[in-house]
Design a protein. Structure first.
Length: 41
């Protein structure tokens, strides 16, 4: 599940793709298990 309006691949401070942090329960503002951010956050 990809949150609407997010870039295809966000990066961490090291320039690497953001890794999945939790899937049970699903966490994050967009409930995608990643620490993604966007205009609605």
């Amino acid at each position: 599940m990809k949150a609407e309006g997010l870039p295809e691949s966000q990066q961490n401070v090291f320039g690497e793709p953001i890794a999945l942090c939790c899937s049970d329960p699903v966490t994050g503002f967009y409930r995608d298990g990643h620490c993604n951010t966007g205009p609605n956050d």
